[in-house]
Design a protein around this ligand. Structure first.
Ligand code: 8DG
Length: 132
């Protein structure tokens, strides 16, 4: 079973709302709401991968010091096993805007259950609810 390393981020605004983004049509798990992030490439540090993905997907600049580890997901999908560290970030520069046409939403952690998420993400929700 292939192990896939993906770094993801819970961006939190001043009202403790978390950002989720909708996976676009045509991608695996299209329509589901996820935390921004993406695959860690060979030779890349997870934090660097996340900073790169946040710039590409949302147009923001994040410093490594502003990424705090919260928890991780470990989930067996049919095609691969996902290992996904989830960082929390409350400070960035720039304005969050979907750069790839994806829908984005700021939601209270207690409301995350209203948004269908990938199976790997479901155990992460209580950690966010406890955090805020
Ligand atoms: N970014 C992110 N990915 C997640 C979450 N939950 C979850 O199961 N995943 C999975 C979906 C994908 O299989 C993988 C992330 O890969 P990705 O978004 O960089 O790449 P992708 O599948 O869209 O494909 P591609 O960019 O290589 O074309 O992790 C999540 O909350 N955020």
């Amino acid at each position: 079973m292939k192990l896939l390393l993906v770094a993801a981020c819970a961006l939190l605004d001043v009202d403790n709302r978390v950002l989720i983004a909708q996976r676009p049509d045509g991608k695996a798990m299209a329509g589901l709401w996820e935390f921004p992030g993406g695959k860690v490439e060979a030779g890349e540090r997870p934090e660097d991968a996340l900073i790169r993905e946040l710039a590409e997907e949302l147009g923001i600049t994040v410093k490594k010091e502003c990424l705090a580890p919260l928890t991780f997901a470990s989930h067996a999908y049919e095609e691969f096993h996902l290992l996904m560290p989830l960082y929390v970030c409350r400070r960035w520069s720039g304005t969050v805007a979907g750069q790839e046409g994806q829908a984005i939403k700021w939601v209270r952690p207690v409301r995350l259950r209203d948004y269908p998420m990938p199976a790997a993400d479901e155990p992460l929700v209580p950690h966010l609810m406890d955090l805020v």
